[in-house]
Design a protein around this ligand. Structure first.
Ligand SMILES: C[S@@+](CC[C@H](N)C(=O)[O-])C[C@H]1O[C@@H](n2cnc3c(N)ncnc32)[C@H](O)[C@@H]1O
Length: 349
């Protein structure tokens, strides 16, 4: 079964939405294995089982006036902030909001100019970009529950060193915008022409150095990649979706995303074949819904909170909503916040 089919199957299994009135202790999901049940039929008191009994943020904190006062959009299930990610995350921390699942796609290095001050992704050197991302995710650490998961989608970048783009070819100019950081001369070592920068794994190693546990470097395989205009290497058709946790024991509901083989439930594969969501809207780098479904279903307990700190057009918030979870988004761009608000409003009918 492909990852796309697998994710679809998982979604159709979970149609029942969680009760919206009960908010204190969620779960537990079905015990993961028979080994976790004691002779008298109760769940053994083990760290793994305790991680399945998650106390989610109370609804009173989620809808508190000081928390939602400056939101771009809010209702009792979703809150969207239009601001820089760093003060946005500070606001969540100060409001004592703990989220259960963070799923996000930061701006990739040198790939787009979002045309807004303080945007991430156009730093002169790739190390500055990685340092900024690590700083953002260290603030995510403060708002992620101890049993929570962080999922980060990242693609890589080649250094070009070619200077500003001159071609009038339409596709090229849509992808290139003036002098991108990778078009500059570079440092002659890591940043030099033709180099694949290996940003995703350098970022993951920097995250490990800060205390995060890397659980998977899932590969998003794209069956419909944007054609590469090159003659001397393979065409790139994948990105990564890293799964990080804070602790050894964390919430993961394999029933939601596993592969049923006979009577056994096997874990999902770490290769996800999912078409890109191309040409579906104004946002040029939006998630496919399939890509965020597995993270949200597996690692958000009933009525838990999903956070996307680089929310864009709001795909994570929409999938969180349709899966019965609460959602918080942060994005610097008013244009994308409007798109996300519209998408959420449509999803809520
Ligand atoms: C790759 S896109 C996210 C796309 C999103 N996953 C979706 O499905 O549409 C990255 C987003 O990060 C936002 N962004 C860039 N710098 C930011 C910053 N400093 N603070 C908050 N958002 C930022 C951009 O506006 C853009 O929408």
């Amino acid at each position: 079964m492909t990852a796309t089919a697998l994710v679809h199957a998982a979604t159709s299994r979970r149609t029942k939405k969680s009760s919206r009135s009960k908010l204190s202790v969620a779960g537990p999901p079905i015990p993961p294995t028979s080994k976790s049940i004691s002779a008298n039929g109760t769940l053994k008191d083990t760290p793994a089982n305790r991680a399945l009994r998650v106390a989610v943020t109370p609804q009173s904190s989620f809808t508190a006036e000081p928390f939602v006062r400056d939101a771009f959009f809010h209702d009792d299930r979703s809150v969207l902030f239009c601001q820089d990610v760093l003060p946005g995350l500070d606001h969540l921390r100060d409001s004592r909001i703990k989220v259960d699942c963070i799923v996000t796609s930061p701006p990739f290095y040198g790939q787009r100019d979002y045309g807004i001050d303080d945007q991430i992704g156009l730093e002169d050197h790739p190390q500055q970009y990685i340092d900024k991302l690590v700083k953002v995710f260290s603030k995510c650490w403060d708002v992620l529950s101890e049993t929570g998961s962080l999922w980060v989608n990242l693609g890589d970048t080649f250094w070009s060193g070619k200077g500003a783009h001159k071609s009038n070819e339409v596709k090229q100019s849509a992808r290139r915008f003036g002098l991108r950081p990778q078009d500059k001369p570079g440092d002659g070592k890591w940043a030099r022409p033709k180099q694949l920068l290996l940003i995703p794994h350098r970022f993951a190693i920097a995250m490990q150095d800060c205390g995060w546990l890397v659980r998977n470097d899932n590969v998003w395989v794209k069956p419909n990649p944007v054609p590469d205009q090159v003659r001397d290497r393979c065409s790139i058709s994948h990105e990564y979706v890293f799964h990080f946790t804070k602790a050894r024991w964390y919430y993961f509901d394999q029933r939601e995303v596993g592969r049923q083989v006979g009577t056994s439930m096997l874990p999902p594969l770490d290769t996800w074949v999912v078409p890109t969501a191309r040409g579906t809207g104004v946002h040029k780098a939006s998630f496919s819904e399939e890509l965020v479904r597995l993270p949200i279903l597996a690692t958000t307990p009933p009525d838990g909170i999903v956070l996307d700190p680089f929310n864009g057009s709001g795909t994570s918030m929409v999938v969180a909503h349709t899966s019965g979870k609460r959602a918080i988004g942060i994005d610097l761009s008013r244009e994308y916040c409007s798109l996300a608000k519209d998408a959420l409003t449509a999803a809520k009918g």
